[in-house]
Every structure is written in C-alpha cells, then in structure tokens.
Design a protein around this ligand. Structure first.
Ligand SMILES: Nc1nc2c(ncn2[C@@H]2O[C@H](COP(=O)(O)OP(=O)(O)OP(=O)(O)O)[C@@H](O)[C@H]2O)c(=O)[nH]1
Ligand SMILES: [Zn+2]
Length: 356
C-alpha cells in the first residue's frame, strides 16, 4: 500500500465531512486524470455533477490532493479537490465563443509545491528581465523560489553575470549547476527532501528533464535534443507530470508552466522589487508619478546611482503588464455578466412572445 503522506499529504487537508479516500494528481490528460492513492497508480474522472454545477469547486490539476471514490474495476471518481497550499494559476478565457456564456475560471497549472526552481541556462537563455518575471510568478505562488543557472559546463567566466543575477534575485538562493557533469547538484540537497514537492519554471530546452534524470540517476524523463547553436528546443514534455525521485522528493514538470503571458503577478512584484518600492513611499507628494515632480525619492535615487534606471524601468514595465492582465480579467468577467443578462432577457422575451 502506498502511504500518501510520503507524497506530501498532511492530515489537516482532509475535511471532517469528506468522503472517499485521498489521492494526488500525477498527470492531467484530456478528460482523464492519472492519480496515485493507497491502491497505487490509477486513473480517475471528475464526478461531473459536483464539478460542473458547483462553480466553487476547483478543477483538479497536477499536484492537487483530491478525494476519490475508488473503483477497482475502472476509472475512479474524483469527488473533491482539497485546499491548495500553493499554486500557479492564470485566468482561463477559453469558452468565450459567441452566444455562449461561460465564466472566466481560474486555471491552475500546478499545485501544492514547496519550492519553485526558476531555471535559466548560462549559455543562451539568460535574460535578466525574464528572470525578474519568473521570480514574481514564483513569489506569487506562495512557495519558495530558488534560481538555478543551468549548463554551467558550457559557460566560461560567468562570475560577473552571477553577481548581476544575485542582485536581481535578492533574498533568493542562486545555484549554478550542470546536469551533464553533476556540478553544483550537491548544493540542492537542502530542497531535495522526502515528501517535499518541487516545481520547475523555465523555457523549453533549459534542461528541466536533464536535471530530473541527473537527480534520479536514470532516464525517467525524455530529453529533447536541441541544436546548441541556436538553442531552439522542441517541446518534448507532452504531459503534465508529477513523479517521485528515488530519495522521496516529488517533482512537477508541466507544459502549462510555459504560457506565462496572462498570469497575474501583482503580489509577487512587491517581493521581487522590494529594493525599488522602498523609494516610492518617500516622495514629497503622496500621489507622485515619479516623472517631473519635485522631491521625488525615486528620481533622486536614480540620479545618485543608488537605483539603476534599468531596474526602475523594468519595474514600471511589469507593473504595467500586471495592470493590463488585471483589467483584462475584469473586462471579461464584466462582459460575461452582461452576456448572461442578455441571454436571460432574450429567453424571457421569447417565452413572453410564445405566451402571446
Ligand atoms: N552541456 C549541457 N547540456 C545540457 C545540460 N542540461 C541539458 N542539456 C541539453 O539541453 C537540451 C535540452 O534539455 P532538456 O532536459 O530536454 O530540456 P527541458 O527544459 O526539459 O526541455 P523541454 O522538455 O522542451 O521543456 C538537451 O540537448 C540536453 O542534452 C547541461 O547541464 N549541460
Ligand atoms: Zn516620486
């Protein structure tokens, strides 16, 4: 029998009135879920009467703990998604076809992880702006970010670069590693603990699968062969996946983690740009736009070189993006409500017409 506490389940997650047995989602397929429960690896489907009628019910995702009605002869039934400790989510705009009313639902792409490995490769992929964005997302999730700079064996003289990264990633540990040579992997032992869950955030080809294989000591994930000259990777990870390493650490690698565009980062920004935000409250005018106002703490920090202009601009850019995402969600929710109202009015109109 599998003990789910080894998979990170804590008893407090199961509510008193819950029925069924607990399970953890290991992969999401089209209409079917792969799960692990005390009976081993199984498949399950949603109990539609619960999941489609009760909008408060969260559709399960990789890493979720759920309650199931176990079926030894076929697919089990998923009856409840348990509270998530941490999550990566974005707004789901699908289903906004003309004439249909559908709520903008939160789409969660991974849940219940302890650490986020924010990965960039030291050879081609390194981009400070993208790193800031990843870090904001990671903080937003509620878990602890850790920066991994991969393919250290391909890079020369990255000391300067490392300093720059460490500055951007204040308060976050930065590790340079090589899955190929094993360099730096022992430095990850603080996170690779039994029952802890790690999720990977990084673009295709950065070396996520290679790292998992290096840590597992065998080919547990397929590695895509990319041409190193242009670093163009193929999308090889086709299923969201959760798996356990031999030492009991759980890793999640899902393709959903790549589409970062529409994620809300509003809360995470404050964490990543704490060094920028300290100036903002110190301007002479409380509604300072940090443009031409006298006594602007931001402007004077930039002038004195305390704050780099580059950092300030990247802060503004991310703020702007977050605002756009929030407004877009709001607009669609609003539009949704209007649509719903129209549909109801039309229905009423039709039924009135029939009566007359
Ligand atoms: N030299 C070197 N190459 C590496 C290292 N890690 C990964 N690679 C290579 O980089 C390429 C992509 O590696 P993957 O592990 O498939 O990358 P991934 O992030 O899982 O990619 P997706 O599955 O597309 O998301 C492969 O050709 C690997 O052999 C490393 O530490 N050193
Ligand atoms: Zn100001």
């Amino acid at each position: 029998m599998v003990d789910l506490t080894n998979y990170g389940l804590t008893p407090d997650l199961i509510q008193q009135n819950s029925i069924g047995i607990p399970a953890r989602i290991t992969a999401v397929h089209k209409e079917r879920y792969a799960l692990i429960c005390e009976q081993g690896e199984i498949y399950g489907q949603l109990k539609s009467s619960v999941y489609y009628t009760d909008s408060a019910q969260d559709f399960p995702t990789t890493g979720d703990f759920v309650m199931i009605k176990y079926n030894p002869d076929g697919d089990s039934q998923i009856i409840q998604t348990l509270h998530r400790r941490t999550k990566f989510s974005r707004s789901d705009y699908s289903g906004h076809a003309v004439g249909y009313v559908k709520t903008v639902r939160e789409q969660v792409v991974a849940a219940n992880f302890d650490y986020v490995f924010v990965m960039q490769s030291l050879n081609h992929d390194l981009n400070v702006r993208r790193l800031e964005r990843y870090l904001a997302l990671a903080w937003q999730s509620g878990a602890m970010p850790v920066v991994l700079l991969t393919k250290a064996d391909l890079a020369e003289d990255y000391e300067e670069l490392l300093k720059k990264i460490e500055k951007v990633a204040a308060g976050v540990k930065v590790h340079s590693i090589s899955a190929k040579t094993g360099y730096g992997l022992e430095g990850l032992s603080n996170y690779l603990l039994p029952g802890k869950t790690i999720v990977f955030l990084g673009s295709s080809g950065v070396g996520k699968s290679s790292l998992v294989n290096a840590l597992a000591g065998s080919e547990v994930m397929q590695v895509s062969n990319i041409r190193e000259e242009d670093s163009r990777g193929r999308h090889t990870t086709t299923h969201r996946q959760l798996l356990m390493l031999p030492n009991g650490t759980i890793v999640i690698d899902t393709p959903g983690m790549r589409e970062l565009g529409m994620w809300e980062v509003s809360d995470g920004i404050g964490e990543v740009f704490a060094d920028v935000e300290i100036y903002i409250g110190n301007c002479k005018f409380s509604d300072c736009k940090h443009e031409t106002e006298p006594g602007c703490a931001v402007k004077s920090a930039i002038e004195s070189g305390e704050l780099s202009l580059e950092r300030w601009e990247s802060y503004l850019k991310m703020k702007q993006e977050a605002k756009f995402t929030a407004e877009r969600s709001f607009f669609l929710r609003d539009k949704d409500a209007r649509n719903k109202k129209n549909v109801i009015q039309n229905r009423q109109k039709k039924s009135n017409e029939r009566k007359h």
